[in-house]
Design a binder for this molecule. Structure first.
Ligand SMILES: NC(=O)c1ccc[n+]([C@@H]2O[C@H](COP(=O)([O-])OP(=O)(O)OC[C@H]3O[C@@H](n4cnc5c(N)ncnc54)[C@H](O)[C@@H]3O)[C@@H](O)[C@H]2O)c1
Length: 139
């Protein structure tokens, strides 16, 4: 019995750009499936790697266990679409790992307001999508 049996998990920024190595997001996706998640949604801006990653996971774990959805977390419309597609495909969202980091220390030094605004816009997009917020799950 896995720790995430039957759970639906969304991970942003979850592609690995370095062949043979995982990023934090792609490792989380693999771990969620190994722990029995019913569905894991890979969301990223690298569509080619994202589609290939989902395909390889579905070959390994079974059709339909992984789904890739293009999502630029800076765009609230993309984030809304991510959760709409997840709910349409798997019926619900149990856990979200907001892993994609889009601001550097230099960005923050240059324009802290813009960085904070981008984070709030992601949080606001998530709030509009859930009447009950997804839980935080330790993997
Ligand atoms: N690796 C570290 O040592 C470290 C340390 C502290 C914090 N972090 C944070 O942890 C997170 C993951 O780190 P990592 O090293 O695995 O990163 P990574 O650079 O290997 O992967 C990040 C992923 O996010 C995707 N991405 C970039 N911009 C995006 C956007 N606008 N929307 C959606 N996806 C986007 C990239 O395509 C990539 O697949 C990041 O938020 C990073 O800032 C990492």
């Amino acid at each position: 019995m896995g720790k995430l049996n039957d759970k639906v998990v969304v991970v942003t920024g979850s592609v690995s750009a370095i062949p043979g190595y995982d990023s934090i997001g792609s490792a989380t996706v693999r771990e969620a499936l190994a722990e029995g998640a019913a569905g894991v949604v890979i969301s990223d801006i690298n569509d080619e790697l994202g589609e290939a990653f989902a395909k390889s996971l579905n070959e390994q774990y079974g059709t339909g266990r992984a789904l890739y959805v293009h999502t630029d977390v800076r765009d609230p419309k993309d984030v809304e679409k991510l959760f709409a597609i997840t709910e349409k495909t798997y019926g619900r969202v149990d856990a979200v790992m907001a892993n994609a980091g889009v601001a550097t220390a230099e960005d923050f030094d240059k324009d802290p307001e813009a960085v904070l605004k981008s984070v709030s816009s992601f949080k606001a997009s998530m709030r509009t999508e859930f009447s009950t917020p997804p839980s935080t799950v330790r993997v």
